[in-house]
Design a protein around this ligand. Structure first.
Ligand code: EPU
Length: 420
């Protein structure tokens, strides 16, 4: 397992090109299963999660080729059973369920189970598939869904923490080949859902309303191949914006979508970070003294849970009290004890982390627990004096394309080392 060694204290300077969005590309790759014709996806980030998804599609019988930043999938023949070992490695793989059901009327996929950030149930996915006529059974760690006919219907996908992103994706993908009209209420509004709908419409689907809480899908008989470039990764962009803020540097983000990042940019500005926008380019630097802020994570267009850990690093450097409340996942504070090793003063009370900021961080060995926690630890290491060793960085490679190289180009002293 590799680690990252970071010698902190360097203000990062320069330009970084934002990659395609992990959370857009994974469901879009799954959507290619809906047609026997070839599909080409561009601006695909080189991530281990993308490799896993390619393996999963191959194991189902699809031909997948990866060349540069393009992935081509041809699912001429397909089997309905997902490989247990592959699927359990990546929770995002649950989004093959909808397309398999839509195309084959039968799908067997291993239950993804929880992960360190929360229990991550799929009850809402199954509720939506049942509404279309799917019969759901679970056995031996697998969920089986089958339907003689898929028939459009109304379904409400709101849950305890709001809508479900991949649940919305799954139901949308099953509904595109159902008979009649499906209405998804309390649908997730994330840009990644909109990108998926855009891709499906290019394949011949009839989806309206994606990006709003009500999505209407009029079923069609068959879908064809399509080409698509995925949207930029708003979470990666936010992470680099925070890298500029926490190191007191100046980073220009190229090829981002500032309009997908309003909640984050708004909080950055409130915290004393300056963001200058020109089209798809943003330059981020501190605009003076940092100010404490309170943040609550919410479904889109609120502040994303996937930026909560990274935002906390800025709070630890900001004199005063900041409170960050996590409303999406119940145990997404695994980074807190690790940040404490670097000198942060954070206490957890229920769903909130109370950050007494303004401490000087100093480097230490830390353990990455999940993708975004790992990104936070890297940011903290960049801001800290001395050397930080971030262990178990395979989490980072799941979701950040060549993060160490990108940071090095910005002046970071960061090195990947193999564990001894
Ligand atoms: N939920 C339910 N029932 C369900 C499904 C979800 O109660 O059937 C709850 C979850 O427990 C959670 C909330 O609904 O409290 C939201 O979960 P959601 O289903 O939206 O999450 P997801 O679709 O599994 C995607 C991203 C996550 C991101 C969340 C929230 C992908 C591959 N994953 O997960 O990304 O945090 O939406 O925005 O798109 C990450 O990239 O690091 C990551 C974890």
């Amino acid at each position: 397992m590799d680690s990252l060694l970071i010698k902190g204290g360097v203000p990062l300077q320069g330009e970084v090109l934002i990659s395609g969005a992990k959370n857009a590309v994974l469901p879009i790759m799954a959507a290619t299963l809906l047609t026997a014709e070839p599909c080409v996806i561009r601006r695909v980030p080189a991530l281990s999660d993308v490799e896993f998804m390619a393996e999963i599609l191959s194991s189902l019988g699809a031909r997948v080729t990866i060349g540069g930043d393009a992935v081509t999938v041809r699912a001429a023949r397909l089997k309905p059973v997902g490989n247990y070992e592959l699927i359990r490695k990546m929770r995002g793989s649950i989004c093959i369920l909808g397309p398999l059901l839509g195309r084959l009327h039968h799908a067997t996929v291993s239950l993804p189970g929880g992960c360190v950030i929360g229990t991550r149930p799929i009850g809402l996915h199954l509720k939506g598939l049942r509404a279309l006529g799917g019969e759901v059974t679970t056995e031996g760690g697998y969920v089986h869904v089958k339907a003689k006919r898929l028939i459009g219907s109304d379904t409400f996908l709101g849950g305890r923490a709001g809508p479900t992103v991949l649940g919305t994706a799954n139901v949308m993908m099953a509904a595109v080949l159902a008979e009649g009209v499906t209405t998804i209420e309390s649908a997730a509004c994330e840009p990644e859902v909109v990108d998926l709908a855009f891709f499906l419409n290019k394949m011949g689907a009839k989806i309206v309303g994606a990006g709003s809480p009500i999505i209407t899908v009029t079923g069609v008989k068959a879908l064809g191949g399509a080409e698509h470039e995925v949207i930029p990764d708003r979470i990666e962009a936010a992470t680099f914006a925070l890298a500029a803020a926490v190191t007191n540097g100046e980073i220009t983000l190229k090829g981002a979508r500032p309009d997908h990042m309003s909640a984050v940019l708004d909080k950055l500005r409130e915290a004393g970070v300056r963001v200058d926008r020109t089209g798809l380019t943003m330059t981020v630097r501190r605009g003076g003294a940092l100010r404490p802020v309170d943040v609550t994570t919410q479904p889109y267009a609120g502040f994303p849970t996937d930026v909560q850990a990274q935002m906390m690093v800025l709070m630890t450097l900001t004199p005063g009290l900041s409170i960050i409340t996590e409303r999406i996942f119940e145990s997404r504070f695994m980074h807190v004890p690790e940040l404490a090793r670097l000198g942060a003063d954070i206490s957890i009370e229920g769903p909130s982390a109370i950050v007494k900021g303004g401490q000087r961080l100093s480097g230490a060995p830390v353990m990455a627990s999940d993708l975004r926690a790992s990104a936070a630890l890297v940011l903290a290491g960049l801001a800290a004096s001395g050397t930080t060793r971030v262990n178990r960085i395979y989490h980072l490679d799941r979701g950040y394309e060549t993060i160490d190289k990108k940071l090095r180009r910005l002046g970071a002293r960061i090195q990947r080392v193999a564990d001894s």
